[in-house]
Design a binder for this molecule. Structure first.
Ligand SMILES: CC(C)(COP(=O)(O)OP(=O)(O)OC[C@H]1O[C@@H](n2cnc3c(N)ncnc32)[C@H](O)[C@@H]1OP(=O)(O)O)[C@@H](O)C(=O)NCCC(=O)NCCS
Length: 173
């Protein structure tokens, strides 16, 4: 397994695999990525599936930074983030906001995210790190808590009945 934080030039090389992974993992997200216009969309309660699938989401991801995990030249995981993103729930600067994270289904549960995050956080020790997920995403929340993230905001039922949006923050080390 090789982990790389990519440049704007090198990340283009993995776009076909990123699109494939967005399609493959679409329904793992709550709500599905194909019902969202972007990784920072604020309203996630009433969404509708788009005829273009994950295409709109994929297009806006390309303005972000990428890290990826390779195994025998194949991308088995990627993470995307924005630098110095602010919104109603995120105001500490300087920061990075982790917007999307996917591990291919066959590679899950092997510590791939844990290793990818280790590399990402080593680059950004001087920044606040933010992300959000849904309250039943126990695997992601487990990794965030292992790295010392704290929950800063909970939006009850934001993803549907009984499923909250949870914002997490890790302060500079
Ligand atoms: C969430 C996701 C990225 C995790 O990736 P991963 O590489 O499997 O994560 P890791 O193996 O590094 O760590 C997962 C941790 O969660 C734990 N875990 C897994 N399922 C769990 C569950 N249902 N309840 C509690 N803990 C769980 C694992 O035991 C592991 O903890 P450990 O290292 O202490 O044993 C992956 O499942 C995924 O791609 N899911 C679909 C997309 C997604 O949810 N992305 C994030 C959206 S915000």
């Amino acid at each position: 397994m090789e982990i790389r934080l990519l440049t704007p030039e090198t990340q283009k090389e993995i776009y076909p695999q990123v699109l494939e992974m967005l399609q493959e993992a679409d329904a793992d997200f709550v709500p599905p990525l194909s019902s969202r216009s972007s990784a920072t969309q604020q309203s996630l309660t009433e969404t509708k599936t788009r005829s273009t699938g994950v295409q709109e989401y994929f297009c806006q991801l390309q303005a972000q930074c990428f890290g990826a995990v390779f195994e025998e030249d194949k991308v088995i995981a990627f993470v995307s983030w924005k630098e110095d993103y602010t919104c109603e729930y995120i105001d500490a600067l300087p920061n990075i906001y982790i917007s999307t994270l996917i591990v291919r289904p066959q590679a899950r549960g092997r510590g791939v995210t844990t290793a990818l995050y280790k590399k990402l956080f080593a680059r950004y020790t001087d920044r606040h790190i933010f992300t959000r997920t849904w309250s039943t995403n126990f695997a992601h929340i487990r990794v965030l808590e292992k790295y010392g993230f704290v929950c800063t905001n909970t939006l009850p039922n934001h993803r549907g009945n009984g499923i909250d949006t949870v914002y997490f923050q890790k302060s500079p080390t």
